[in-house]
Write a protein that binds this ligand. Sequence first.
Ligand code: ADP
Ligand code: MG
Length: 725
Amino acid sequence: MSKLIDDYNVKAATKFVPDIKAPILPIDIENIFGENTFGLETMKSRLPKKIYERLLATIENNEPVDPTVADTVATAMKEWAKERGGTHFTHWFQPLTGSTAEKHDSFITPNKGGGAIAEFSGSNLIQGEPDASSFPSGGLRATFEARGYTAWDPTSPAFIIENKNGAYLSIPTAFTSWTGEALDYKIPLLRSIEALDASARRVLALFGVEDVQKVYSTVGSEQEYFLIDEEYYYRRLDLVTTGRTLIGAKPPKGHELDDHYFGTIEDRILSCMLETERELYRLGVPVKTRHNEVAPGQYEIAPIFENSNLGADHQHLIMLMLQKIARKYGLVCLLHEKPFDGLNGSGKHNNWSLSTNTGINLLDPGDDPSQNLRFLFFCAAVIRAVFKHQDLLRIAVATAGNDHRLGANEAPPAILSVFLGEALYGIFNQLAAGSATSNKEGGFLGLGSPVLPELPRHSGDRNRTSPFAFTGNKFEFRAVGSNQTISFSNTVLNVTMADSLDELATSLEAKMDDGMSFEAAIAKVLQESSQETKAILFEGDNYTEEWHAEAERRGLLNLRTTVDALEKMLDEKNVSLFEKTNVLSKKELESRYETWLEQYIITVNIEAETTQAMAETMVLPAAARYFGELTTTVTQANQIGAPSEGMQSTASATGALIDELREAIDRLKAANMTSIEDGHEHAVHMRDQVIPAMSAVRLACDKLERVVPNELWPVPTYREILFIR
Ligand code: ADP
Ligand code: MG
């Protein structure tokens, strides 16, 4: 092995030496949890009672922020931040880049005496005005109208981010254009929570539940990620520029032995996880679960669920902290959906439910007949939402990165379907068949009567292949990409649910207006909806070919790629859904379409150029050197009359692979040189021409990787990256 390769492998393997003499960092959860957040407890202790109560009304009942409150809150926040070493503040927002953005301003204000004081006013807190011109807006804002506004979201606590040399105060905010259009992911999420609240309370009122002031969605998202040694990361142009490996042959050992999943966590990784979790606790992020995932080097972290606005902010903090803390351990955290071809990719399981402010989980079957009926109604609405808006759910997870994962054999396919588990599936089938209405006791299926069907509270059966599964008291949307914000997937879940609750409520009211009893009307609504939507229910293996054929027969959508999905985005159905729920105007929806299309094109383009660069400047020269050695050896062998057939055939085979690579590179170059103006056409070109051309280059590189001597190979290989830590 070459000296270089030896060196970096040994470095990667021996870098982490547990410092057994260092004091153990205490993780006293009760004491440190939330200590870096300006949360309710801190507010209560630091604000005058009246101000605190006004703020609480905003936080809990969505009352508008009172500007006179803001000054007092700002001062308290600043003092609190200063005590923690804070010198700066930033509005923290979620632009359409998909990550978070911040611009720091110091508290410093010079005074007349030549000194300075720390100042932070209510208006600093409530509103910011970052230059918005460089954020994606999908045409919502011309570059000359650069103004954008950030507006304080008091429902998500401000927090402190620490650095060895200082700290800053980070304030969660929404981001709009000066004309008031949402330029971010938070605003539509907040609006969708409002829409869901209105529809859900409408339904609850029909069920006679009157004491609920607010219904909101809850989310707990399981995050998968890879940790690799930085020695490898920085030697891979592809990982550094695109987050995934664009070349790389499958290692002799992948996850076939299943020895990584739930395996004992290595010491170095555990140290990194513990510190990450500790920092997340201090930021008030309730992380709960950790384990090794299926692929070598792959892990998972999951928090306890929270309301979806806070959960989405916290999800961003989880991703930020995973990446930040990894570096302290000489590791790099990969959040890409498919960093390694042929191995399991990373997703995010978006666990989602509905909760009332009185603490009822509306997707929990409950214990008594009336709760069961309500549960079935809400459950039917979820099924209906997925059935009617398969396209929107697919769009919510459509990125160039996630295209590599969805439908690959460890991840749900691009076809949406709902898994209910045997018992509940049986009930919905009976509902659809109508048998439920002909119960002679007058109830249906015994619901509303003392003879209850066993509703599956904690269904034992699981279906890991389903994109959308009922898991006892929540649904789990498993198609979300590991690198994505969960803000939009939850926006779509909320808005489609709001829509279907409304439809079912309207139908229920109409039947009652016609003189049906409440129970009979419910039974009829459930029957009709179950019949209409039963094609979306699937209990089998979503990975199989048969399911693809069956789904097609059922008329379900199979939007294989991001481009296919985006083509549906501006359909009349979607525009009117977002408009009537006030979640996104047509203009705002269009702007997201433009932005996502462009992001797809740019992502594929960067990958194509990186593939080309690596193939041409790294792989080809390495292969040429080897080929040179082979041909020289053959010539020399021939000169002395030594047998050279083996060398000759090796040289020929290598020469043929080099030809294949050269040709593939040229085709990729040609494909990538395009001047298509139209966004959609361009995206189609990237999908149909550039991605296949990239795959061909990769194939040739991976064949060469198997024959070119290790010491000549220009980048670390999978077998090194994935197994040495
Ligand atoms: P499972 O093993 O079925 O995935 P877990 O209990 O481990 O279930 O939960 C997985 C994730 O689901 C966690 O993040 C958890 O907080 C979240 N979760 C549990 N209940 C709810 C709920 N009512 N709403 C949203 N998410 C939930
Ligand atoms: Mg789960």
